[in-house]
Every structure is written in structure tokens, then in C-alpha cells.
Design a protein around this ligand. Sequence first.
Ligand SMILES: CC/C=C\C/C=C\C/C=C\C=C\CC(=O)SCCNC(=O)CCNC(=O)[C@H](O)C(C)(C)COP(=O)(O)OP(=O)(O)OC[C@H]1O[C@@H](n2cnc3c(N)ncnc32)[C@H](O)[C@@H]1OP(=O)(O)O
Length: 292
Amino acid sequence: MAARMAFSRLTRSLCEVGRSRSLLLQSARWVTSASKTLTVTMDDKTGIAEMSLNRPPVNSLSLEFMTEINIALEKLEHEKFCRGVIITSAIPKIFSAGLDILEMYQPKPERLSEFWKTLQDMWLLLFGSRLTTIAAINGHSPAGGALVAMSCDYRIMAPGFNIGLNETQLGIVPPFWFIDTMMHTIGSRQTELCCQKGLMLSTEEAARIGLVDKVVPLDQIASEAKAEMQSWLKIPVAAKLITKQTIRAPILEKLQTRQEADVQNFCNFAMKDSVQKSLGMYLENLKKKQKE
Ligand SMILES: CC/C=C\C/C=C\C/C=C\C=C\CC(=O)SCCNC(=O)CCNC(=O)[C@H](O)C(C)(C)COP(=O)(O)OP(=O)(O)OC[C@H]1O[C@@H](n2cnc3c(N)ncnc32)[C@H](O)[C@@H]1OP(=O)(O)O
């Protein structure tokens, strides 16, 4: 329901021009939200916002972190001066490690469903955004991290990192809308290859199949993202947005019409003994890896 409301707000957003300007908006570059884990700044002159993820150690997506991201995305969506957002990471070498596995391992059922709903909302907001969205991928980006990147309009990635939907490697199934997002990005054959094998691709491999649009050195990724954004912002806004909505609406609607069922499916699946066992072993391996 919340996501459905979010979506209808998004589709109305093009017409929303009469809103009052935020009181925070006094200088050219302003901070729209800043917490320990998320910083969002907006350049008043260009209308370009930057959202920087900063949840150590690996920007894993917990319930609270995603709630924060969703609030920030909604705020930008409704800020009429904002035209685009660049999503990046403040954590060296990691864009996002994807979903916080601790949220899925031995969870409390109520929190688990809340967690999944919040993830759905994040995807609906980002994939359905009226804004031009660019992922500046400055680190590894597995699973949910790849989902965030793939939900954007454009991806720029620095060499030396990996990206992909690796769920099957954890013994879990990528949700249908993760798969849909990847199919939208790279087509169904490449998606099948990547998802069945749970491939984590190098930046160069990802660029070869179109999972990443541009490869640039790490120290140029921020400036390149801004330059790319400027080129997107030159396109007439209504034409660009309607085109985006035409392409993305059926993909969004597929989840919107079965959000509740998807939460239920996920919770049933995640609570299975076999899945809990796989997640437990995976977490143990992650910790072991650190000691080696
Ligand atoms: C019927 C079907 C219906 C519905 C569908 C059902 C199910 C679908 C379910 C789920 C979909 C899930 C999508 C996901 O996003 S799952 C998460 C996948 N992510 C990963 O596999 C990434 C794992 N992490 C890594 O590969 C690495 O950590 C790294 C490359 C990101 C970074 O490597 P580093 O060497 O720099 O750091 P580490 O030493 O490995 O890690 C530091 C620290 O962080 C902990 N950690 C890492 N990743 C996660 C995570 N995703 N969640 C929680 N914690 C994580 C790691 O354990 C270390 O912790 P300690 O310091 O040892 O405590």
C-alpha cells in the first residue's frame, strides 16, 4: 500500500511545481539530510543531488538504513529544484554489500516482513524515480548493491571491483523483481547466465555485457558522474521522463500488484530451515575469510 502510494506520487511528480522551497535551501550547495550513515547534498545551481552511503563496514542494507534512504529519496523526489541524483559510497572499496544478511538470519518474523517491504519501497522509489539517477560505483556491489545500481538510469564504475546478483551462491533465489531489473538492463540471456550461476563480474566484464555503462578510474568517478548527469539534464525533461515511465511502468506494476504476496513468499522462503542453514554457513565463511 505504502509503495503504491509512493508510485502514484511519483507519477504525479512532474506536475508538482508549486511547492515551497525548503528552508534549508539558502546556499548553492546544501545538505538535505545528514546522518552518520547517509549524506545527501544538493547543488542549487545545477539541481544535482548526491547521496553518499556510509554504513560501515560494508554499506549493508538494514531496515533502518533503507528507511533512511527511502526518506531521502522521497524528499528529493518532491523537491522541485532537484533534477538528478548521483548515488555513491563513502566507504572505500565498497559500494554496497547488498542486503544485511543479519536481517535474514534467525530473524523476528515481524521485523523480517518490515525489512522486505522497506526493500520493495526502496526499489519502487528508485526504479520509478522522476529524477535522472546515476550510480557512481566506487566499490564492490553484490546482490542488493547491484540492484541499487541497476535501478539507476546510468552506471559508471571504477576498475578493480565486482558486481552481480550472487544470490544462488548463498543458496537463495533472486526475487523476481531483482531478475526483472537485470533483464531490463542486460536482456534475458545474459541475466539467465549471470543469475543462475550467481556471477560476480569484474568491472570490465560488466561493461562488456552492458551491466555497467562506463568504466572510469576511481579518482575520476565523481567528476565523470557529474559530467554525465549534465548531459542527461540537457534532454527535455517531460520527453525523457515519459519515455522512462513508458519503459519502466510494466516492470514496476508487476511488483506493485503482488507486493503483499512477495513479502509472504520471501518470509516463508527465508524462514525455511535449509535457507537459514545456508545463510548461517555463508555468514560464517564471511567471518572466516577475515581471519585468513
Ligand atoms: C520464493 C522466493 C521468494 C522470495 C525470494 C527469496 C529470497 C531472496 C532473498 C534474498 C535476496 C538477497 C539479496 C542480497 O543482497 S543478500 C546479500 C548478498 N551480499 C553478499 O553476498 C556480500 C557478502 N560480502 C562480501 O562479499 C564482502 O564482504 C565484500 C566484497 C562486500 C567486502 O569484502 P571485505 O573483504 O572488504 O569485507 P569483509 O571482511 O568480507 O566484511 C566485513 C564485515 O562485514 C560483514 N558483511 C559483509 N557483507 C555483509 C552483508 N551483506 N550483510 C551483513 N554483514 C556483511 C562481514 O561478515 C564482516 O563482518 P565482521 O567484521 O566479521 O563482523
